[in-house]
Design a protein around this ligand. Structure first.
Ligand SMILES: O=C[C@H](O)[C@H](O)[C@H](O)COP(=O)(O)O
Length: 242
């Protein structure tokens, strides 16, 4: 199976958790987009759901494909969010934000009773940090925030380049009007400590560590077990997808 097919497999397995009447958080990225395409087919065949998109990009795709949308203001409590990830560790802590949508993704996931993360197996790691950690920052005081981020990481024994994400010539701007710093700290043994340290910096709006938000990961691989669900202790998910 090629990379796209693996994403489709994971998305299809997540769709089995969607039922009539659900209020759905809809993620961002290439894997989440496969979920949107499959969801749209179900909607066309009569499934009744309402979706809250985690980015303008996802909202556009949903509208194109006829997936009914709401906002978090109108629908502040969600049953389930389905989203991709850049990295997933065995405790289902995630790095997200490779596409720059981490703030809305985290707000939507936190408003959801459950979050299913869908990915191909290349996203599974023992320890997070191979993928640079996206950190969403206010443009005001950018340089001061960069210095504070590096200093906070240093106090935890982490170091590495902290780079402003660019489009061709301009800084990348998130849906919320912020910038993204990509922090290449390498392995992050204590994600909670780094999360707290980053949240203590005023210029940091949010970071891409998702701790305790995902209840299930559906990981597609091309081995004998193509899709499986890892279960977090206490998760309400009641069956595996094999
Ligand atoms: O900001 C983007 C998101 O966190 C994505 O869910 C993440 O980057 C994974 O994207 P993809 O499915 O394209 O690898």
């Amino acid at each position: 199976m090629d990379a796209r097919q693996l994403k489709v497999e994971a998305a299809r397995a997540a769709l089995a958790h969607v039922s009539d009447g659900m209020r759905l958080g809809i993620g961002t990225g290439s894997t989440a987009e496969e979920f949107v395409r499959l969801l749209a087919e179900k909607v066309a065949n009569g499934l009744t759901i309402v979706g809250v998109p985690t980015s303008e990009r996802t909202a556009i795709l949903c509208r194109e494909l006829g997936v009914p949308l709401s906002t978090l203001e109108e629908t502040p409590e969600l049953d389930l969010t389905v989203d991709g990830a850049d990295e997933i560790d065995p405790a289902l802590t995630l790095i997200k934000g490779g596409g720059g949508a981490l703030l809305r993704e985290k707000i939507v996931a936190a408003a959801s009773a459950r979050m299913i993360v869908i990915a191909d197996r290349s996203k599974m790691v023992e320890t997070l940090g191979r993928f640079p950690l996206p950190i969403e920052v206010n443009p005001f005081g950018l340089r001061a925030t960069e210095i504070a981020v590096a200093a906070a990481a240093g106090r935890l024994g982490l170091s590495g380049p902290v780079t402003l994400r660019m489009t061709e010539r301009e800084p990348f701007v998130t849906d919320g009007g912020h910038f993204i710093l990509d922090a290449s700290f390498g392995r992050i043994p204590d994600t909670r400590a780094l999360s707290n340290a980053l949240h203590a910096i005023p210029g940091v709006v949010e970071h891409g560590l998702f701790i305790g938000l995902a209840s299930t990961a559906i990981i597609a691989g091309d081995g004998t077990q193509s899709v499986y669900a890892a279960r977090k202790p206490g998760s309400s998910i009641d069956h595996d997808v094999a």
